[in-house]
Design a protein around this ligand. Structure first.
Ligand SMILES: *[C@@H]1O[C@H](CO)[C@@H](O)[C@H](O)[C@H]1NC(C)=O
Length: 225
């Protein structure tokens, strides 16, 4: 599982570790590419978790770009806190239906799931319960949503550069030039609270985080509460 908020330096710098392809399944996020970054992020894609903006905004070319035709697509939309499915369907944050129908007609064989928005708020509740302060009800990041989904499906989940390694920098994404420390700690998303919670679940050690940005999480089946 490669977080889109990775702080990975380009392949021309020293590459220590590129282990993602050896996993049974790899989840990628939003517009994150593999082409040109294989040395850092591998090339396998089993799932791609996107928000509705990625499908809806034509500039992302979600219908046209071949990088989006690999793997199972899972999409979520930032609904209002705990609003009903019915209310949300009538008024999603991004009006995605036209593009969604177009894509389904164009690519009927590519699996495509839409998350029930209540799931995002159930996760938000868990983050709030595990945080010392009151959090503004903005939805959790795609990264943390993806972690939860994979913990449901897998016996073990490795996440890379979600908790940044020594390669951390202010670059928002490994594939774009934008600099903003809020990408790591959160502006819109309650990222710092999400990451503190996930760090408590880490079964790996701090050396793994420091060198490889890697954490190891148990599948929910193996978790004793
Ligand atoms: C940390 O965990 C890795 C396995 O992920 C292991 O190889 C390494 O020896 C551990 N390091 C320390 C300092 O415990």
């Amino acid at each position: 599982i490669m977080n889109v908020n990775s702080y990975i330096v380009p392949a021309s710098n020293h590459i220590l570790f590129h282990p993602t392809d050896s996993h049974d399944a790899v989840m990628r996020f939003n517009t994150a590419p593999t082409k040109g970054f294989e040395a850092d992020v591998g090339s396998k894609t089993t799932f791609r978790l996107i928000n509705t903006m990625v499908l809806t905004v034509p500039a992302y070319k979600f219908l046209e770009d071949p990088q989006y035709r690999t793997g199972i697509i899972i999409m979520w939309d930032p609904s209002q806190y705990k609003e009903s499915l019915h209310k949300w369907i009538l008024k999603p944050e991004f009006k995605f239906f036209d593009r969604f129908i177009k894509l389904r007609k164009k690519e009927p064989d590519q699996p495509f799931y839409i998350l029930n928005p209540l799931n995002t708020w159930q996760l938000w509740d868990i983050i709030q319960e595990n945080s010392p302060e009151k959090i503004h009800p903005d939805p959790p990041s795609s990264g943390t949503l993806g972690i939860l989904l994979l913990m449901k499906l897998c016996d073990q989940v490795n996440v890379y550069e979600y908790l940044p390694s020594k390669r951390k920098m202010d670059q928002c994404h490994y594939f774009s030039k934008g600099l903003n420390p809020a990408c790591s700690l959160g502006g819109y998303h309650p990222l710092i609270y999400e990451k503190n919670m996930i760090k408590k679940l880490n079964q790996g050690n701090d050396t793994d985080i420091y060198h490889y940005g890697r954490i190891t999480l148990p599948g929910l089946n193996g978790l004793e509460c």
